[in-house]
Structure formats: C-alpha cells, structure tokens
Design a protein around this ligand. Structure first.
Ligand SMILES: C[S@@+](CC[C@H](N)C(=O)[O-])C[C@H]1O[C@@H](n2cnc3c(N)ncnc32)[C@H](O)[C@@H]1O
Length: 234
C-alpha cells in the first residue's frame, strides 16, 4: 500500500493497483437513476439497520485517514441517512448531497440532533453537481460509486469540484481480483442492484477511465472485501 496519511502500519492484504484497462466494461449490471432512486426510497427506513454496523469500520477508518483540519470543506456524495455525520469533526464545513428525498429526510432528522457546526444537506444528482470548480478540500463517496449508473461521470464531477491538491476518496466494494470470486460477483450483480449496489465494479478500469491515480488503497471491513481508495487532485 502507498500511504498518504501514515497513521497506521499497512496491513499485509492491502493491495496496490498496478494495471488498468481504460476500455474495460466496468460492470455487467446496467441501472438508471430512476431505478436506483426507487430502490433507495424503499430502503430509507431500514438502511441503517441493514447497512449500518457491518459497513461502519470502513466509515470510521475513512474519516480517520482524512485527518480533516478545522475549517476544511468536505463534500460527502451520497450522504444517505447521514450515517457518517457524527464521524466528522465538528469544526469542518460539511456538505452532504443525495438525490433520494427519503434518505435525505433521515439525514435531516439526524442532523437536528446537533454535532456539526456548519452543515448543508442538499438534494442533487452526483453526476451533475451544482458546485463551482474547486469548491471542496475533500470530496468523499462512501458506498456510492457502485450504486450510480455512470461511475466515471460521478468521479469526474467529484474531481471537478475538488480543489487542486485536495483529496477524492472512495469507500466501496469492487470486483475481486480472484477469478473465481469475480465470476460469482458478475453473476450476482444483476440481482444485487435490487438491494442498491453492483457487486462487480472493476476498480482498475474505473480509475483509468476516470483519469484518477490512487495514492493509497486499503482493505476495510470484515470480511476485507471493501476498499478505501484515496486520490489527490493534480
Ligand atoms: C449505499 S448508500 C450510502 C449512504 C452513506 N454514504 C453510507 O455511508 O452508508 C448510497 C446513497 O447514494 C444515493 N445515490 C445513489 N445514486 C445517486 C446519485 N446519482 N446522486 C446522488 N445520490 C445518489 C442513494 O440515494 C443512497 O442514499
């Protein structure tokens, strides 16, 4: 693992992306925004129970790694029910966007309990961010990029709104490098979209097509099949 923020010793199973195929298909599963929005409208009431505890170690690690400084402008893309909000330092300037009104409603309820001093929650499509270029120091997509119809378009938007030298961070499950496991992931991906994500998003292809160079990739959660991918905008 290449480490940008060296708080911890790298784990042996951390992996480095060394190859990329800019033309590879990123997933066998195709979805449209309307379909995804429908899934999350239904999931909103059970999301925290279904996807809360199991995915929480990755969320915690991601915010630790960010080492957010007072006053830094952080954008969470796909803020959902606001499950990450309590993890950010109170002193950062936080913006969360999501296109699901039901998920955002939960986030607003959560935000009402306090915590962050400066917080904006906005309804917006991740593929069409309504912010000026370079508006944020950190642009972070936890468990989002395998959900959207066009991950590359979303990554390009994330990069656009990040300031030069700022960080673009993905926390996600990606296609396994193990051929047997990846076969299974491709087989189940058309079904997993019904519970909100593609199981077979190809990380090297995604990074190559998004023109992003990771500075670190760390495996997180148990089992360690999710990746925390940090990139720095040129
Ligand atoms: C798997 S949830 C992740 C929620 C949260 N970030 C977390 O850590 O659990 C994905 C979220 O992305 C939102 N989403 C999906 N596609 C989106 C899009 N194109 N634009 C904005 N939000 C989107 C969904 O509504 C949902 O709230």
């Amino acid at each position: 693992m290449i480490t940008l923020f060296s708080h911890d010793t790298p784990e042996p199973d951390d992996e480095l992306v060394t190859s990329a195929s800019g033309t590879a298909e990123l997933s066998v599963a195709a979805v449209e925004n309307d379909f995804v929005a429908g899934v999350y409208e239904k999931l909103a009431s059970v999301y925290d129970l279904a996807f809360g505890p199991a995915l929480q170690p990755g969320r915690i690690r991601a915010v630790q790694r960010m080492n957010i400084q007072a006053g830094e402008r952080v954008l969470e893309v796909g803020v959902g029910t606001g499950i990450n909000l309590s993890l950010y330092p109170r002193t950062c300037q936080m913006t969360g966007i999501d296109f699901s009104s039901s998920m955002l409603e939960k986030a607003r309820e959560r935000a009402a309990w306090g915590g962050l001093r400066q917080l904006r929650l906005l309804q917006m499509d991740a593929a069409d961010l309504k912010f000026a270029d370079g508006s944020f120091d950190i642009v972070y997509a936890p468990y989002l990029i395998s959900v959207v119809p066009d991950p590359v378009k979303v990554a390009c938007e994330m990069r656009r709104v990040c300031r030069p030298g700022g960080r673009i961070i993905f926390l996600n499950h990606f296609l396994s490098p193990n051929p047997l496991v990846s076969r299974v992931e491709r087989l189940i991906s058309p079904f997993t979209v019904h519970i909100g994500f593609k199981a077979d998003l190809d990380l090297p292809g995604f990074l190559a097509q998004s023109a992003l160079e990771p500075v670190s990739i760390e495996k997180v959660n148990v089992p360690r099949i999710w990746s925390l991918v940090t990139c720095v905008k040129d």
